[in-house]
Design a protein. Structure first.
Lengths: 724, 160
């Protein structure tokens, strides 16, 4: 078995697994379930490897100090990290339990069979259960990274046996989110936000504060960080509104509302060449000269705006400070890094801050969760021994979450007269996608927490927002999926980290991969047309990776590509294709889309087919739902979404000013899984984001002969593109 | 505004609450009534998370003053199961896996229930119109549509 980072950090089997005296199995993980069904997959892994009924297995909610520290739930790493770690842990446990059973039953391990946690010596009446052997007792051994794991049949035998975890509670309303928690003596709280991120508080209105005080509400003021708390939730809501309206704000010079794409291309920046997916500490080479056999050079520019995570339930956190310990229930995807960041910001010992994961609403990325946890912590510290349930409002979430950054992407390609790409030149310009709180000596994580900007004091020193640092890892942020998987002989790839941008940004599902793949896959379509070759054939002509080819072919066949391909320009109906292997290292995904573009330039989503290879699949249903959800979310970004703002602040403050996809434009989505039994898991949660954008742009072009270069493809944008 | 004593009929039971009649119904349902299946998503009637049935009509309650609904029959997602068994709509959502994070789901279940109680064989356009007030961020839409079609196709709409 290859190296497991999670097991190296947490080698003890007891850190991953416990068997209760009743024979129930408790699984620890550092990854959180945000609706992507990781806990269902872990439940299936434990059931398959241990031969127990999945109903006996409980995957515990991560908590700092208890769960393994597996960093942030992000980057499509969960199956590869915690999935493989849990698989090794339960396989180790099985081998250990069989050894004990063989001794107890006085037989060979080979003669043992297991049925729902009961080990029997075959052909005899002799048996012993997991509970009898290890119930309530620590294993006291390390995870064996060479433990024998089961083949795929054991997993396929479980197909269809397990509903997604919690789904019955979800449909009956019994599923308890952080928003729904009630504890004795709990106060509700809201933060009173400034008009925008550069605004500061001159002062609250004394009469308002006095009136609220008289009504038993507590107003917390810490520099420009203002909050109000009280027993009655709606009174707190009204009080926060009243405090905002009557406060005196210094709005400064406001937000810089200049043209974002001009800023991306002209602001100060740092640049690196990217080779094999990694930024190099080397000078930026000159643009490629078209090679000798070049027949055509095509250069295009693509953009995507600031896009929000847009979770349906605004962020929330429950916090209580008992004078020493600060306990926070949070839907953060990064409980350990956020714990350190909060401890740093409040100058507390890390061990005195305890974070437990609770349920929040989904969105896939770094939304307001971490900031809400810190807001709640600041309020709870001011109100010792009073549990505080802090909720963000809809406007808080829309205007204050860290957005997925805007990007400008320039691609230039040289094509020969046989339809081969000879040279590929790709430059991406963006602010950072790395805005998550991280544990760091210079307190970067603490500085990244929203409230740190507004509090009076930052650890006794002037607050400075850390300049974004480049992610130099393979397929990090801006350069994620910048390196095409296609076989292009010459390539020049440049990452440009642009500074002094107006919005706070961080990780949104697929990071730079969404914009980069949109650009690459649009270019592939443009080049195919130039070469006079079918776009799917053109991709295959440039693809050597067999698994990629299989996925492309699987999606094209299921879609009926070619045979029923729309007649093209002008018919209104169009077909488009997009492909990527996420980070060139995770799941392969191809998306074929059919759209209809009406006379008003509105894009109607008809149907999509996803081809996916995620190696051996634990939960095919879970993977399928991830593919469908990814296509729908990416289609929403691509057709509808962009954050707007002016000098007075963010103007996308609700679902009318920031519309997303509704039920009137839902495509049929079909998923074809290319099976790869026995292969190590590949993360798939973000695989469809970029291919969907590419497929949609290509389908629109196929439908009406107008190519959209700028996300979102609103009717106005398509009409404008038609005029260009 | 002064608090008044209000009598609400929620999920078949009478609830007496003390509240300012201008308070949005959602705070009463989630607070004193303890019915946290009703979700607050926006407070602006834009996302559908807070849908409940009021006299059988699907209603977004995040802005509906509680004083307006006294005496009316209110049903929340908690009131759909019968004798502990999931309703046909809830069952179909489970069967189709029509939820990811699930935050928007109770509101959508309410909308689907209201539709199918009135119309046992809705067209695709009827279904889409009934769901139009509802947003989902995880992209569970295709499964939601499948679940509702399944109730209709399998003749389970009569028992909704």
């Amino acid at each position: 078995m290859p190296y497991s980072e999670s097991i190296e950090k947490h080698p003890g089997l007891d850190q991953w697994l416990a068997i209760t005296p009743q024979g129930d199995i408790k699984v620890h993980t550092g990854k959180v379930d945000i609706g992507q069904r990781i806990s269902t997959a872990l439940q299936l892994i434990a059931a398959a490897e241990l031969d127990v009924d999945p109903a006996r297995i409980e995957v515990l909610r991560p908590q700092t100090g208890v769960s393994p520290n597996e960093g942030t739930t992000s980057g499509s790493h969960s199956m590869e990290m915690t999935g493989e770690a849990v698989r090794l842990a339960v396989a180790t446990a099985r081998a250990y339990l069989l050894k004990l059973a063989a001794e107890k039953l006085d037989t060979d391990i080979a003669a043992l069979e297991v049925n729902d946690g009961v080990i029997r010596a075959s052909g005899t009446n002799k048996s012993v259960s997991y509970a009898e052997l290890a119930g309530g007792k620590p294993f006291g051994i390390d995870v064996d990274t060479d433990a024998k794991i089961k083949d795929e049949d054991a997993y396929r035998a479980l197909d269809g046996t397990l509903r997604p975890r919690f789904i019955e509670d979800i449909v009956t309303g019994a599923h308890t989110y952080i928003h729904d928690l009630t504890v004795p003596g709990m106060l509700h709280a809201r933060v009173v936000r400034p008009p925008h991120i550069h605004a500061r508080l001159n002062g609250l209105d004394d009469a308002t504060v006095k009136a609220l005080d008289g009504a038993g509400l507590k107003v917390i003021i810490d520099g420009s960080f203002v909050a109000v708390a009280g027993e009655d939730e709606y009174e707190v809501v009204k009080a926060a509104e009243r405090l905002f309206e009557t406060a005196d704000w210094d709005r400064g010079s406001g937000l810089d509302a200049g043209d974002i794409y001009e800023q991306l291309l002209t602001n100060p920046r740092e640049s690196w060449p990217v080779v094999d997916g990694k930024p190099q500490d080397a000078p930026v080479p000159a643009p490629l000269t078209p090679p000798g056999k070049t027949a055509a050079v095509i250069a295009k520019q693509f953009t995507r705006p600031y896009i929000m995570h847009g979770t349906i339930g605004p962020s929330a956190a429950l916090a209580e400070f008992d004078g020493k310990k600060l306990r926070i229930t949070t839907h953060s995807q990064s409980i350990y890094p956020v714990r350190t960041s909060i401890a740093d910001a409040l100058q507390m010992k890390v061990d005195d801050v305890i974070l437990t994961h609770g349920l929040g609403a989904g969105c896939y990325g770094h939304n307001g969760a971490d900031d809400a946890a810190f807001d709640a912590a600041v309020i709870a510290r001011a109100l010792a021994n009073m549990p505080v349930l802090l909720k963000w409002t809809r406007a808080d979430e829309h205007a204050w979450e860290p957005y997925g950054t805007a990007m400008a992407i320039k691609v230039s390609a040289s094509l020969d007269d046989t339809g081969h790409v000879l040279a590929w030149d790709h430059e991406s310009y963006a602010n950072t996608f790395s805005g998550r709180p991280v544990a760091a000596k210079d307190k970067t994580g603490a500085r990244r927490l929203l409230a740190s900007r507004f509090r009076k004091d930052f650890c006794g020193e002037p607050f400075e927002f850390p300049k974004p640092r480049p992610n130099m890892g393979s397929h990090g942020g801006i350069h994620r999926n910048m390196d095409p998987l296609y076989a292009f002989p010459e390539r020049r790839l440049i990452k440009n980290l642009v500074h002094e941008m107006p919005m706070r940004t961080s990780a949104l599902r697929a990071l730079g991969g969404y914009g980069n793949v949109f650009a690459i896959e649009s270019m592939m379509d443009i080049l195919a047309e130039e070469a006079g070759i079918d776009p799917v054939e053109f991709r295959l002509k440039h693809m050597k990776d067999k698994r990629a080819r299989d996925v492309i072919v699987a999606a094209a066949e299921k879609f009926g590509w070619g045979g029923e391909r729309a007649e093209g320009t002008g018919s209104g109906t169009g077909h488009g294709f997009g492909f990527a292997r996420y980070k060139n290292a995770k799941a392969y995904a191809a998306v074929a889309f059919e759209v209809f573009v009406d006379d008003a330039a509105k894009v109607h989503l008809k149907r999509a087919v996803v081809g996916v290879d995620a190696s051996q699949v634990v939960d095919p249903e879970g993977l399928t739902v991830q593919m469908e959800g990814g296509v729908v979310q990416a289609a929403s970004w691509t057709l509808y979404e962009q954050v707007t703002y002016d000098s007075g602040g963010v103007t996308s403050r609700d679902w009318e000013s920031y519309p997303i996809l509704r039920f009137d434009n839902v495509p049929e989505v079909e998923t074809v899984i290319v099976p790869r039994p026995g292969e190590r898991f590949l993360g798939a949660g973000e695989a469809t984001q970029g291919p969907t954008a590419g497929a949609l742009g290509n389908a629109i072009y196929n439908a009406i002969g107008v190519r959209p270069y700028r996300v979102p493809f609103t009717p106005e944008a398509i009409k404008a593109a038609a005029m260009e | 505004m002064a608090k008044e004593r209000l009598s609400l009929r929620v999920n078949g039971a009478v609830r007496e609450v003390e509240a300012d009649p201008a308070t949005p119904l959602i705070y009463i349902l989630r607070g004193p009534c303890g019915l946290t299946g009703v979700k607050l998503g926006c407070g602006l009637e834009q996302c559908g998370s807070c849908a409940v049935l009021i006299d059988g009509e699907p209603t977004l309650c995040c802005n509906r003053p509680v004083g307006e609904v006294a005496g009316k029959e209110i049903v929340t997602v908690e009131g759909l199961a019968r004798n502990g068994a999931l309703s046909p709509v809830q069952t179909a959502f489970v069967e189709e896996g029509a939820a990811q994070c699930g935050y928007c789901t109770p509101g959508i279940v309410i909308a689907a229930t209201a539709l199918l109680r009135k119309n046992k064989s809705p067209s695709e356009a009827d279904i889409i119109a009934a769901l139009h007030p509802h947003l989902c961020r995880c992209g569970s839409h295709p499964r939601v549509l499948k679940a509702i079609r399944r109730v209709v196709q399998e003749g389970r709409a009569d028992a909704v």
